[in-house]
Design a protein around this ligand. Structure first.
Ligand code: PRX
Length: 628
């Protein structure tokens, strides 16, 4: 981890929780509720778990064999049952579960009963293909309802889903399919981006060509003119589901049975397969959705994430459906066809909870306040932000254009934590730019390198005790899991630098390791470096994150060329394209500098923080280990 713990400028404004909101909130007094929850976390989590359905009860809440945790031991459950069956057995049967709006303005609405039928059909179809409990399925779909159906169908029969964001390129997809040895890949012919058609099946064709474990590819056909399906390996989604029964009993799974693997970037070139399980993840996502967004029966919950990332898993699919909520999900960009897109959806569907990202807010800020002012946003109750630090200026803008009274929940968490960890609740006083205090049952803190709590000041964000929705391991790489709990003795190290103020409010300031957050997307510098050096002209590369006005951070690469190669604008362009082809558009460097040497330690490790300090004109800190 970097030795530098910078302190960013912080806003001193305090915005008291709106009294009328506090008076009707699920949690009205944070201090009392928090104290009680951490006095006996197992009792707290057990109480929450009892709000959900279990086929058989646990005999022990937690087995903590440091750093390995098991929650709800001996219990059987199924998250898909809790998202669907639990509601279709009640009046919620005909409540709207999902409103989907496509890029071209199409609308599809699923009641809980309809979603249940689709999921059951899909689950039966997957069974027909021979999938059984523990098998893996890769879902590489654009943001369409079939993504949600496929995830819940896998969960229903105990199959582990691995959703891969549809912006990843063929080699990146291949690595992810290969690592978890998926038997089936679910994809679509195309996705859309600002009205451009993005072919997806050719990406899958290329990836699957080198993945011998893949037996079948299921294709959602969105366009009539797309490439024909190559039978027998490829099957059309509609054909496969058409005659399936709408009943498929949810598998009674052990609480610790895996639910999904989600690949995320770390500090090496290989993505990490973060593994979550049915029981604990269900409890964590259920209660955070309910308390953080103060979810009520009549709410419409609009989360702008893509289910390709963890926010989509936890706060489009699982958390809201566990609560029987109505979700709005929309394909496409916030400024297409115009910058009123999301405000229009909020007005049209009467959205009450709007969960978005700092990058999207900063993008919308650029178009000015006239756009939100055109729409009736009075249905909004609670706002949310996630994925990267939100600068006070963006916070204030978001607050102001939505009426100036709606609280913003700045939620800090990670793929690994499964659910929100540090966040305001609607009853908590806010400070723009701070994620405020830990969620109930979570002992988050800021410590020094030795794990000593810092009363106030800068340090490392840590979590001191296990929690139900924590990842259980890194798939096939338990040694990488151990690193989270070994880096600072006795605690889970998040990898973030954080400042704790006099009121115990936490201000997350960015990553302490070699992870860059581009528009909230997590990119490992090592992944980009290895993509660069796979180009024939490159001998060595170093990548840093550099502040960017809209995206928060952007990727900058420093590259040493092989002998005989000459620098040219065309070569730089080619290198950018090469990374895009290897990893995807989100990972392509915005700037590339050709250099003669890179700063290294005597043992040969590239000192990226020295490069970064130089780039930003800052003090590089301790450079005693620098070779030259
Ligand atoms: O650096 C933190 C940042 O995002 C990282 C986790 O990234 P990922 O696993 O992709 O999950 C993103 C969605 C939960 C964290 O280590 N981060 C996330 N939320 C915030 C944040 N940084 C500051 N403030 C936040 N609210």
């Amino acid at each position: 981890m970097s030795e530098n713990i910078e302190t960013l400028q912080r806003s001193t404004r305090v915005i008291p929780a709106p009294p009328e909101m506090k008076a009707q909130a699920h949690i009205q007094d944070y201090e009392t509720a928090y104290k009680a929850s951490i006095a006996d976390p197992e009792k707290f989590w057990e109480g929450i778990a009892k709000e959900l359905h279990w086929f058989s009860p646990w005999h022990k809440v937690l087995e903590w064999n440091y750093p390995w945790a098991k929650w709800f031991l001996g219990a059987t459950c199924n998250i898909s049952y809790n998202c669907l069956d639990r509601h279709v057995q009640t009046w919620r049967r005909n409540k709207v579960a999902v409103i989907w709006v496509g890029e071209k303005g199409e609308e599809r609405i699923f009641t809980y009963a309809e979603l249940y039928r689709q999921v059951n059909k899909c689950a039966n179809a997957l069974k027909e293909l021979g999938l059984t409990k523990g098998d893996r399925v890769t879902i590489y779909l654009p943001k369409i309802p079939e993504q949600i159906v496929a995830m819940l169908a896998c969960a229903r029969i105990g199959v582990i889903h691995s959703v891969v964001y549809s912006g990843f390129s063929a080699p990146a997809l291949q690595t992810r399919i290969h690592d978890c040895e998926s038997k089936v890949v679910i994809t679509a012919d195309v996705g859309y981006d600002r009205s451009k058609t993005i072919p997806l099946k050719p990406v899958v064709d290329e990836a699957v060509a080198n993945c011998p474990t893949v037996e079948k590819v299921i294709v959602v056909q969105r366009e009539t003119t797309s490439t024909p399906i190559q039978a027998p390996k490829e099957i059309n989604w509609d054909d496969l589901l058409k005659d399936q029964s709408t009943k498929c009993e949810a598998e009674q799974l052990d609480a610790e049975d895996p639910l999904y693997i989600l690949y995320t970037s770390g500090t090496t070139g290989k993505p990490k397969g973060v593994l979550h399980v049915h029981g604990g993840y269900m409890v964590g996502t259920y209660i955070t959705t309910k308390y953080v967004f103060d979810l009520k029966e009549e709410d419409v919950f609009f989360c702008v994430a893509d289910p390709g990332w963890v926010t989509g898993h936890s706060y489009i699919v699982y958390g809201p459906l566990l609560n029987g909520a109505t979700i709005l999900t929309a394909e496409g960009k916030p400024d297409y066809p115009n910058p009123g897109r999301w405000w229009d959806l909020i007005e049209h569907y009467g959205v009450s909870t709007f969960y978005t990202t700092p990058t999207a807010i900063r993008l919308l800020m650029k178009y000015g306040e006239d756009w939100p002012a055109k729409y009736d946003l009075s249905s909004l109750k609670i706002l949310g932000s996630v994925g990267e630090p939100i600068n006070p200026e963006a916070w204030e803008w978001f607050h102001r254009v939505t009426g100036g009274t709606k609280p913003i929940m700045d939620t800090w968490w990670q793929t690994e934590t499964g659910a929100i960890m540090v966040t305001p609740l609607p009853c908590v006083d806010l400070k723009p730019g701070s994620a405020t205090r830990p969620f109930l049952g979570i002992e988050a803190d800021v410590t020094d390198r030795e794990g000593n709590s810092i009363p106030h000041g800068g340090g490392f964000a840590v979590i001191k005790k296990p929690w139900p929705s924590m990842m259980r391991t890194i798939y096939k790489e338990p040694e990488r899991y151990l690193l989270y709990w070994n880096t600072i003795p006795g605690v889970y190290t998040a990898g973030d630098v954080c400042h704790k103020d006099e009121d115990g409010y936490m201000w997350f300031m960015g990553r302490a390791d070699d992870v860059v957050k581009v528009a909230g997307n997590r990119i490992g510098t090592a992944e980009v470096e290895s993509a660069l050096v796979s180009h024939k002209a490159v001998v060595e590369a170093a990548v840093i994150g550099k502040p960017h006005k809209t995206a928060g951070e952007m990727i900058k690469a420093f590259v040493i060329l092989k002998q005989g190669q000459t620098e040219s604008p065309d070569l730089i362009k080619e290198l950018k394209n090469h990374v895009q082809q290897e990893l995807g558009k989100i990972a392509a460097p915005r700037e590339i500098d050709i250099v003669q040497s890179l700063p290294k330690t005597r043992s040969g490790k590239i000192m990226r923080r020295v490069l970064k300090a130089k780039e930003l004109g800052q003090d590089p800190g301790d450079i005693s280990t620098l070779d030259e």
